[in-house]
Design a protein. Structure first.
Ligand code: HSE
Length: 331
């Protein structure tokens, strides 16, 4: 039998994504070892409430409320708590202790990415965040690695599943905004605070991450122009339809040159008219798609599930294999 090096993995958070990550990690331990070269040992799951009801049944002894002790002994820390604090403190503690960090926390990275990536660079650790934008769809690694030799001209993206679902219901089934929102809420698409989705905050956070990666510059969340969909009426949807368009909440990022020749990046989120023949027009329901226009590669579209516990867990486990390979290669 092959002897793999053991890597200690600490998980912070056991919500819909965290529970699925833990389940897949335990169930697929052998396959993950064969692919990464490391035996990934889940050493614990930090939660706020030990008795909370979970989506997945996991060994009870894995749970702890002591995140700090869990972080100290870990090689890799997976943060899936969401929110700014205490997630930020825990991530910085993990990095300062030399652990690599995997997170799906778009709000935290959009607001405090510079500090977190800076801390990682100082200690030679890595921060992986494939799950932070468009969940299961591989887009962070393609932008950072696969397209690193190309020049990206523009990104047009549907990165918020719930608003896409709402607009799609209004467009295809004639729902009112209120009815479409109600269904989206019942299906669990909307964030706990629906304003984050409906007013475009969630999409703007993702736009920050995409624009920063695609254009190799730091695009702060405050620099993203943002408009939501709450003012869209059925009449506007119908008028767009009659003219051959569909209204989609787009996150757009592109390189721009000012009149004085200064180069910069424009990032914006707003309900846009999309030609019905454009590939983004056929992104229905809660799906996401990122349409990339690159100089040499031409147009590329990355499409699929942009939310969901097990789908998002797929991206986290991909990051985990990458982190493990890095540890193994580094000795
Ligand atoms: N509320 C988000 C969405 C969840 O609707 O896309 C995934 O980030």
């Amino acid at each position: 039998m092959i002897e793999y090096r053991t890597l200690r993995v600490a998980l912070l958070g056991a919500g819909s994504v965290g529970s699925q990550v833990a389940r897949l990690l335990l169930e697929n331990r052998e396959e993950l070892a064969a692919r990464s070269g490391a035996d990934l040992q889940l050493v614990g799951i930090a939660v706020r409430n030990l008795d909370a009801k979970r989506d997945v049944e996991l060994p009870r002894e894995l749970y702890t409320t002591d995140a700090e002790t869990l972080i100290v002994g870990a090689d890799i820390v997976i943060e899936l708590m969401g929110g700014i604090e205490p997630a930020k403190t825990y991530i910085l503690q993990a990095l300062n202790a030399g652990a690599d960090v995997i997170t799906g926390n778009k709000a935290l990275l959009a607001e405090h990415g510079a500090e977190i990536f800076g801390a990682a660079e100082q200690v030679g650790a890595e921060v992986y965040y494939e799950a932070a934008v468009a969940a299961a769809i591989p887009i962070i690694r393609p932008l950072r690695d696969s397209l690193a030799g190309d020049n990206i001209k523009r990104i047009l993206a549907i990165v918020n599943g719930s608003t896409n679902y709402i607009l799609d219901r209004m467009d295809r089934f004639g729902d009112s905004m209120a009815d479409a929102q109600k269904t989206a809420f019942e299906l669990g698409f909307l964030e706990a605070d629906p304003t984050l989705d409906v007013e475009g905050y969630d999409a703007a956070q993702k736009a920050t991450l995409l624009a920063s990666l695609a254009f190799h510059s730091s695009v702060p969340a405050s620099g993203v122009h943002r408009e939501g969909i709450s003012q869209i009426t059925p009449e506007q949807i119908q008028a767009a339809k009659d003219a051959g368009y569909v209204i989609k909440l787009l996150a757009i990022a592109e390189r721009i040159t000012d009149e004085d020749g200064t180069e910069g990046v424009s990032a914006r989120v707003y309900p846009a008219l999309v030609d019905r023949n454009h590939p983004l027009a056929s992104v229905h329901g809660g799906n996401n798609a990122v349409f990339v226009e690159a100089e040499a590669a031409g147009p590329l579209m990355f499409y699929g599930a942009g939310a969901g516990g097990v789908q998002t867990a797929s991206a986290i486990l991909g990051d985990l294999v990458s982190a493990a390979r890095r540890h193994v290669a580094g000795g």
